[in-house]
Design a protein around this ligand. Structure first.
Ligand SMILES: Nc1c(C(=O)O)ncn1[C@@H]1O[C@H](COP(=O)(O)O)[C@@H](O)[C@H]1O
Length: 162
């Protein structure tokens, strides 16, 4: 059983999407990560989603590049919260991915994050925030994460001018 389903259109997306997996790992949230495509493997995508839902998955994170329909298709097949991560693409640098993902028709939301690694990490943190609503331990971990992050900024020092 995995709490979060992380899916990406290709193994080439893993370098970005591993940031979402890392957040899950850091917060002790079980996840299952797969490369499956709405375009190239539509049947397997559906099967995997059914297995995930049957085993208690609570949210999906979908990353895809270019004609990034994957997240929209995932959102269409589930009522679980679905987060989209636009992957930087070769020619249009991920603007294509972002627009394909964010411009969903009313009624089937993909909560779309920023292009690239920050978006993937923030997708993970969005799932953490949802789980923290009903899990005091998770809430404490998230508060601690924010405090540690703030402390790093407070202690950061800018370089002197030459
Ligand atoms: N956008 C999609 C989908 C989909 O939306 O179903 N499937 C693969 N892809 C994307 O194609 C890009 C290039 O893939 P390859 O590197 O495998 O050629 C990847 O960023 C992937 O997410």
């Amino acid at each position: 059983m995995a709490t979060v389903g992380i899916v990406m259109g290709s193994t080439s997306d893993w370098d970005v999407m591993k940031e979402a997996a890392q957040i899950c790992k850091d917060f002790g949230i079980s996840y299952s990560a797969r490369a499956l495509s709405a375009h190239r493997t539509p049947v397997e995508l559906e099967q995997w989603m059914e297995e995930m839902e049957a085993s208690g998955c609570q949210a999906f994170i979908a990353g895809a590049g270019a004609a990034a329909h994957l997240a929209g298709v995932v959102a269409a097949k589930t009522i679980l919260p679905t987060f989209g991560v636009p992957i930087p693409s070769k020619y249009l640098k991920g603007l294509d991915s972002l627009l394909a993902m964010v411009q969903m028709p009313k009624g089937i939301p993909v909560s779309t994050l920023a292009i690239g690694e920050a978006g993937a990490a923030n997708a993970g943190l969005s799932v953490v925030a949802i789980l923290a609503l009903h899990d005091a331990d998770m809430k404490a971990k998230l508060i601690n994460f924010r405090a540690t992050q703030a402390e790093k900024v407070r202690n950061s020092v800018l370089p002197e001018l030459a």
